[in-house]
Design a protein around this ligand. Structure first.
Ligand code: ZN
Ligand code: ZN
Length: 881
């Protein structure tokens, strides 16, 4: 017995070999065209989940395809080690807050945590068969990388593209840091709308105002009504007194007020949300800070100072209620912004921050967006909409720890900024000394900046980093712009946008030629995977059950740009395809042997047919892979290999496979088996490599299938295709007929007759049909004289029983005895005269029986199959039903 394919032995073996052979190492000296991939540096905050495994596998498809197309592929292995995700995980794991331990100690803990995850992920990439290049490895927390981030910042500072400003920003009180708009996730929340009584100054009157945030009363500075609101108009110009604080606030009319919300009167606080800021600007209100960076009430809140916002809200509502100033409460669905890392509701705070000028470059960014080819195209709209919606510059500073330090010092007296010198980078201003001792303006002492960069400041220069920008001009020319940015759709607003805007400002060139945007893998029930929902799928158990190729097969079933519910069934299909591929290649290898095979002129129709189909396959796979539609490429390959090549061609050519005198079948088998295997190696590299090395290498002679030469294609041969399809259909129908009649597929049959106007065109191919079907004779005829002969009648029991009841048995008895001769005498106009055993005569309508007829040709009974305009006549077989 010959063993089948065992992925458990095969996969680790080839992973090891590929490493040994250094197949995926970028060749800096090669003259081949370069295909460079701006690999997403995977966050080191945890091991890969199923969605990541899918995402990186799709990128690997692109890399393997281009390698086979003769490109010098640049595909760095890399990890993103900066930023809050790692910090949040470390805080959770050790039950601390970053500020609880010394700064450098916390950074060390983050680093260790990240390294552990990186080791795990490297292993995961390997068993998935990902072909990243470890020789161009990077981590975003390396000094090299951070140095480039700092230099890129200094260059922008020099050109006045960044500025420090005291503007309100999105603020996460849990992470205690500013957030960019893109880091705020909006979602619905149930909250309470509270109706509070305000006194009107100099009058006995009161008004009721509804608010969701009574804790902000301490910063209430203005009240507004709609100018057309006739009931409330009288308030305009009056002054109100707030509850609890008794602050004097003027009432204004403004069309922005929604008269149908609450009581139609709104209170404006600085600052509850972005809208409030617009009011503050318009009416020249002082920006008051009621909540601090840790989400606690400031001294403005009076007795509530130091409470968290939620506690403060409860306390102040209690007091208001006690004073009889709370008249009503109702629940309200509210759209609230949350921190994308930790999900805490964000506040809007005014804190001194660094900003990058982005809003003034919206037009240029949009132009650049159009210079990049998007796959799928519709993802471009998402970025365009985002750019158009931007109202604020990018806040690039974070009040965190584990990230690239902002390379500046500030004067403690006058605030003057002293930037680091480029040649001194990488610097950490919290440790390193400034380039000059004292403030150049006032001579005051300098203090290192403790803020760090937003992690996107690092990752947005990944194309520049991997292309050796500012470090190696020759390599930069070779690699930049990169060929491909692959990424998921959730980071279009961040990674894609920030990269484009930064590279625009730094190089005035597009960062990539192509961008490929893939979707998410959802839980099997179609819901998003979330740690909080407990439905995150770990790929490891599936890899252990089915292997890397099967997992890759699953990835190849997912259409680009869409989200997909996970289907374990696809892994089962994948491992079946591995087995099938192995068997087909083993057969082809067995027939072809290991002697060199030359192209031959002795091709038969079926050879030319399948070769033509194969050339079309190559063309289609090229088209799909060029469009990053790997799902289509894979299913086209699978269908061809399994359902055309194996099911039909191999069957049609088996009869001559082992005839030494027939080089055509060996040429055809080796060409197609090798070519298809190479295309399949994009998706199932392990089984492809194993089959290549075991059965087919002698006919190709590359060190590995991964670096072999892409199959050549010729022009399709339409005549051969038409004839081949005909032969295929005839053989398939007769084989189906055999199995329907309980005959083994290899059982001989007496004869086959093919009848039809074009039957004679098959005369060159009669042997293929005859031998494949194991027919003793074959005849091709334009016409055949056929007649039908009645063999008897078959009663329809379900009709006779209910109609004849107790007489049923007698009817059946008489029907059984009817011979074809008697039948022809007694059957007239659809009715059969029947003589019952007691001599009684009845007439039976045709609903009670079937006429059992057979077809007669040249005096013998035949079965006839109809295929298009042809009839296939075969020896009559009595079905043993
Ligand atoms: Zn947070
Ligand atoms: Zn100074």
């Amino acid at each position: 017995m010959i063993a089948g394919y065992d992925w458990r032995k095969s996969e680790p073996r080839w992973q090891k070999k590929w490493k040994e052979w250094k197949l995926f190492i970028f060749n800096t000296r090669s003259q081949k065209p370069v295909y460079s991939i701006d690999t997403p540096p995977r966050y080191a905050s945890g091991a890969l989940h199923l969605g990541h495994a899918y995402g990186y596998t799709v990128i690997d498809f692109a890399a393997r395809y281009r390698r086979l197309r003769g490109y010098n592929v640049f595909f760095p292995l890399c990890f993103d080690v900066n930023g809050t995700p790692v910090e949040v995980k470390v805080e959770k794991e050790f039950g601390i807050k970053a500020s609880d331990v010394p700064r450098q100690e916390f950074i060390r803990m983050c680093s260790e945590f990240a390294e552990k995850n990186i080791a795990e992920m490297k292993h995961q990439f390997e068993i998935l068969g990902e072909s990243m290049d470890p020789s161009i490895y990077y981590q975003t927390d390396s000094k090299e990388y951070r140095k480039l981030t700092q230099i890129s910042f200094l260059k922008m500072l020099d050109r006045n593209l960044v500025y420090k400003g005291n503007f309100p920003v999105n603020w996460c009180p849990r992470c205690e840091t500013a957030l960019a708009d893109a880091e705020v996730v909006y979602g619905a929340r149930e909250t309470t709308l509270n109706y509070l009584i305000f006194n009107v100054e100099g009058s006995e009157k009161t008004v009721t105002i509804a608010t969701t945030r009574p804790e902000l009363l301490c910063t209430c500075q203005l009240v507004a009504v709609h100018p057309d609101d006739k009931e409330k108009n009288w308030l305009v110009g009056k002054t109100l007194r707030t509850p609890i604080y008794d602050r004097r606030v003027p009432v204004v009319a403004n069309p922005k007020v929604d008269p149908s919300f609450g009581t139609g009167i709104v209170m404006i606080c600085t600052i509850g949300d972005k809208d409030d800021l617009d009011w503050a600007m318009k009416y020249g209100l002082t920006l008051e800070k009621g909540i601090d960076e840790r989400g606690r009430m400031t001294e403005l809140a009076g007795k509530y100072e130091g409470l968290g916002t939620q506690e403060a809200k409860e306390a102040i509502l209690r007091d208001i209620k006690e004073r009889g100033l709370l008249v009503n409460q109702e629940s309200l669905q509210q759209n609230v912004g949350r921190c994308w890392r930790c999900e805490a509701p964000i506040e809007f705070l005014q804190v001194l921050q660094w900003f990058l000028r982005t809003t003034e470059f919206k037009g240029d960014v949009l132009q650049m967006v159009d210079m990049i080819q998007w796959f799928p195209e519709f993802m471009k709209v998402r970025l365009r909409d985002w750019v158009n919606s931007l109202a604020w510059d990018w806040v690039i500073s974070r009040q965190r720890y584990f990230a690239t330090p902002i390379p500046v010092w500030g004067c403690e007296k006058c605030g003057e900024i002293v930037p680091a010198r480029e040649k001194d980078c990488y610097v950490d201003p919290t440790i390193d000394k400034p380039p000059i001792k004292k403030c150049p303006k006032c001579g005051g002492p300098l203090r290192g900046e403790t803020d760090v960069f937003d992690t996107w400041m690092d990752s947005s220069i990944s194309p520049l980093y991997i292309s050796y920008w500012l470090r190696n001009e020759r390599m930069f020319k070779k690699l930049y712009p990169n060929s491909l940015r692959p990424q998921s759709h959730d980071i279009i607003r961040t990674w894609a946008y920030y990269t484009i805007v930064r590279e625009l400002l730094l190089t005035n060139e597009r960062p990539w030629e192509h961008i490929m945007v893939h979707g998410f893998i959802l839980a099997p029930d179609g819901t998003p995977m979330h740690t909080s929902a407990g439905n995150v799928i770990d790929p490891i158990p599936f890899l252990e059950r089915y292997g890397g190729d099967a997992m890759r097969y699953y990835s190849a079933t997912c259409a680009l740009g869409m989200d997909h519910a996970f289907k374990e069934q696809e892994l089962v299909r994948g491992s079946r395809l591995c087995g099938k591929t192995w068997n087909i290649m083993r057969y082809a290898g067995g027939v072809c042997g290991d002697k060199r095979i030359r192209k031959t002129r002795q091709l038969r129709t079926v050879d030319r047919w399948i070769l033509s189909r194969f050339y079309r396959l190559v063309e289609e796979v090229e088209k799909h892979c060029n469009n990053y539609e790997f799902d289509k490429a894979m299913s086209t390959c699978e269908n061809f290999l399994w359902h055309e090549f194996a099911d039909h061609y191999i069957e049609l050519s088996k009869w001559r496979a082992y005839r030494r005198s027939d080089p055509a079948v060996r040429y055809t088998l080796s060409t197609i088996a090798l070519g298809t295997l190479k295309m399949i190696s994009i998706f199932l590299p392990h089984v492809a490599e194993h089959a290549y090395q075991s059965f087919l290498k002698a006919h190709d002679r590359a060190l590995s299938i991964c670096i072999s030469v892409w199959p050549k294609r010729e022009l399709p041969d339409e005549t051969a295709e038409r004839a081949g399809e005909k032969i295929k259909n005839i053989v398939a129908s007769v084989r189906a007929w055999k199995s329907k009649n309980g005959l083994p597929l290899n059982s001989p049959i007496d004869f086959i007759e093919i009848v039809g106007a074009e039957a004679r065109t098959l005369s060159k191919d009669r042997l293929d049909i005859k031998e494949t079907l194991r027919a003793r004779s074959i005849r091709l005829k334009e016409v055949a004289k056929l007649r039908t002969r009645v063999r008897g009648v078959k009663p329809i029991y379900s009709k006779i029983g209910p109609a004849f009841r107790s007489g049923t048995e007698a009817v059946l008895e008489s029907l059984k005895d009817i011979s074809p001769e008697v039948f022809s005498k007694r059957f007239k106009k659809g009715r059969l005269e029947l003589i019952l055993p007691d001599g009684k005569r009845i007439e039976l309508g045709q609903e009670f029986f079937e006429i059992d007829e057979e077809i007669i040709s040249s005096g013998r009974a035949v079965d006839a199959l109809i295929i298009g305009d042809m009839k296939i006549l075969l020896p009559r077989i009595d079905a043993k039903s």
